[in-house]
Design a protein around this ligand. Structure first.
Ligand code: UT7
Length: 326
């Protein structure tokens, strides 16, 4: 049994904007209905950021909660990673806005852009940096204000997304090298740019000089999402020598209840071990997994020692799966 360094969760936090927008409220703006949205997506409502409430504001609130719950101060953090596709500004990194608002001095801080797979990518990067000794304590935040890049006249997309942020505080800790260790135990990341046009924003600094709006070929994303989430979950589990049925909690990216159910079924994970928050949060992109983790933790379902499988796919397509012992 060889020792090795693990990236262990010490605290979790979340922040959702105050304002809740129901499906009925949206049906007054576009040609849709509560029934269509519930049946096709499982979404009942979403939180929408207030005017002037920035991605970094949500991120800071989530980060503060994670720090409090870990019993740590902002200045204890030496790596700040924000997974987001809706940064405050094109640059600098939203991570540096968060750093400034938290009053953290010089530390490594950068953003991770892998859209809905952003949080799995960010956790994997944080783990790599903690495990090779480049950092000791990492705040890994998923934070989004997708409401700002939605086309509010496109019923096919505007009903699907919400705003929010979630954060984990991870610390480097000596483990035994077995799968009984706490912390991140396996991860697999991938992307395939041939699908770039199925889910994208039709603007950007280099292409149009504008921010742009989200565009999606929903059917095509759905089709790939199920297949890719299943194969990447199997791959992460195989790295650890287990099957998906052996995990305690499946915490998938929250885009659509039908995708979550189809994936869980194929992985033979029973519904009671699936964390689903898509009904109340809608799709919060990179924030959806940490928001779901915080929700399960706050409800007392997620306990120290539980084995969590987190999987996500989004624009790019980019996707990944990760195994974490809480
Ligand atoms: O986070 C990144 C990953 N993103 C995803 O995973 C999203 C994946 N895709 C999906 O979740 C689903 O494809 C959607 C929820 C986006 C759409 O569900 P669908 O069952 O694939 O519906 P559809 O796109 O095939 O549309 C069915 C019908 C269409 O009408 P026709 O052509 O059959 O007459 C749409 O125009 O539903 C219509 N429609 C709507 N009707 C009422 C589309 N959006 C709406 C709406 N309200 N909001």
């Amino acid at each position: 049994m060889s020792s090795c360094v693990r990236a262990v969760v010490r605290g979790v936090g979340a922040r959702l904007p105050e304002r809740i927008v129901t499906n009925d409220e949206l049906s007054e703006r576009v040609d849709t209905s509560d029934r269509w949205i519930r049946e096709r997506t499982g979404i009942h409502q979403r939180h929408i950021a207030a005017e002037g409430e920035l991605t970094s504001d949500l991120a800071v609130a989530a980060a503060r909660r994670a720090l409090e719950r870990a019993g740590r101060r902002p200045e204890d953090v030496d790596l700040l990673l924000v997974a987001t596709s809706t940064p405050d500004n094109t640059f600098p990194a939203t991570a540096t806005a968060v750093q400034r608002k938290l009053g953290i001095g010089p530390a490594m801080a950068f953003d991770m852009q892998a859209v809905c797979a952003g949080y799995v990518y960010a956790l994997t990067m944080a783990e790599a940096l903690l495990c090779c000794g480049r950092a000791r304590r990492a705040l890994v935040i998923g934070a989004e204000t997708f409401s700002r890049i939605l086309d509010w006249e496109d019923r096919a997309t505007c009903v699907l997304f919400g705003d929010g942020a979630g954060a984990l505080l991870l610390e480097a800790e000596e483990g035994t090298g077995t799968m009984l260790d706490r912390g991140i135990l396996a991860a697999t990341l991938s992307a395939d740019g041939r699908h770039y046009e199925h889910l994208y924003v039709d603007g950007g600094p280099s292409s149009s000089g504008t921010v742009g709006h989200l565009r999606m070929n929903g059917r095509e994303v759905f089709r790939h999402a199920v297949a890719v989430l299943v194969s990447s979950a199997h791959r992460a589990c195989a790295d650890l020598g287990i099957t998906p049925a052996e995990i305690d909690w499946f915490v998938p990216h929250q885009a659509n209840r039908r995708i979550i159910e189809a994936v869980a079924k194929r992985l033979e994970i029973p519904a009671e071990r699936v964390v689903a928050t898509v009904d109340r949060h809608a799709n919060t992109s990179a924030a959806s997994i940490p928001l779901a983790l915080e929700h399960a933790w706050r409800e007392g379902r997620l306990r120290p020692g539980d084995l969590v499988l987190a999987s996500a796919i989004g624009g790019g397509f980019a996707w990944g799966s990760l195994l974490l012992r809480w």
